[in-house]
Design a protein around this ligand. Structure first.
Ligand code: MG
Length: 358
């Protein structure tokens, strides 16, 4: 089996010689032999497969550390490597869609299209709200948390031995946002404040070893709702009679649905439906919450809830309760009652918030 010079190997693998030297330094792709006198690198032909995989993964934008993991997996289990690439790509698409929403918001702001939202400031909108967290009928403890205030609504579903303090701490970390000056339309300020709040929440959770939490929250900015979301708690809106989910679950089954491998009906009963791709677990900068700005309208009704509601109660029943029970307090009571009637297998957190003219 012949050894190739770095130039020949670079041509065959479509990687530059400079990249090959870097991958050697990183341990991602070591040459078969380095001449001790000249320092020239030589590669074995059998290394081409790994090199080509590296080249293709670079082309889809995968970071080098992740490429190393995929290549190592590939050496022993190609199917596992394929799964990891799929999970990475689902993540990229979710991030891209969150960035697209932000880009649209920035364009609107900078091109002055926000006059409608500005005029709403003079006729301000606000929340009428209720929150409930309930143990359910099976679990011994309640690890869900729910909160509603005049500028912040949030639910969190904790897991692990200290899931209950984790979910509470995550929501508490968002509360300072409520006190901040309302009506700021400076995009940068707002997004920085949100990102800081999520990092605060993550830091708070990092104190609870082996535990973590999901978090779905909306912050009223004076003209819009800023949505922060990590994990599989959800936000829905009932608008003009239409009821739809406005968050995207960070779960393995959701990524399988996105890939067309699973139907939503199959996902509902999938044994691994609770397996999270993202959560607040003290990961620091690795936590990538979805941050979005959502244009609220008077008459909108928002529902934030944990999986204890949406996996136990069919969408149609949730929708009917929201459409027919006018008072938010009575609406959350009805939603918890529906989950209990379905056996109450998990903790239930829900917030109902109506957007009203003040
Ligand atoms: Mg749950």
């Amino acid at each position: 089996m012949g050894l190739l010079t770095i130039g020949a190997f670079a041509r065959a693998s479509r990687l530059s010689a400079k990249a090959l030297r870097r991958y050697d330094e990183l341990g991602l792709l070591r040459p078969a032999r380095v001449d001790s006198y000249t320092g020239y690198r030589y590669y074995d032909e059998t290394q081409l497969e790994r090199a080509r995989l590296v080249a293709w993964l670079r082309r889809i934008g995968m970071p080098l550390a992740r490429i190393q993991d995929v290549c190592d997996l590939h050496a022993s289990d190609a199917a596992a490597a394929a799964r990891d690439i799929r999970a990475y790509w689902a993540q990229v698409e979710a991030d891209t869609s969150a960035r697209r929403d932000l880009a649209v918001f920035l364009v609107d702001q900078l091109s002055g299209k926000d006059t409608d939202t500005m005029s709403q400031l003079t006729a301000p909108l606000g929340f009428r709200y209720a929150a409930r967290s309930d143990r359910g009928l099976v679990r011994e403890t309640n690890q869900d948390a729910a909160y509603a205030g005049s500028r912040l609504i949030a639910v969190a579903d904790g897991y692990g031995g200290r899931g209950a303090p984790a979910s509470t701490a995550a929501i508490d970390a968002l509360k300072p946002l409520q006190a901040e000056e309302s009506g700021s339309t400076r995009v940068g300020d707002l997004l920085n404040a949100l990102e800081d709040a999520v990092l605060r929440a993550d830091t708070a959770v990092s104190g609870f070893a082996e535990s973590g939490t999901t978090l779905t929250a909306m912050v009223w900015t004076g003209s819009q709702l800023a949505l922060v979301h990590v994990g599989d708690t959800r936000a829905y809106v009932l608008r003009d009679g239409d009821f739809f989910q406005i968050t995207h679950d960070h779960t393995v089954v959701q990524s399988m649905i996105d890939e067309g491998e699973l139907s939503p009906e199959e996902a509902a009963t999938h044994p691994q439906r609770a397996l999270l791709l993202r959560a607040l677990d003290g990961g620091g900068a690795a936590v990538r919450p979805d941050l979005r700005l959502h244009e609220a309208r008077a008459g909108d009704r928002y529902l934030l809830c944990s999986d204890g509601l949406f996996t136990a109660v069919p969408d149609a029943d949730v929708r009917r309760a929201l459409a027919t029970v006018a008072d938010p307090e009575e609406a959350v009571t009805e939603l918890v009652a529906l989950a209990h009637r379905a056996g109450g297998p998990d903790n239930i957190a829900c917030v109902v918030a109506d957007v009203v003219r003040l």
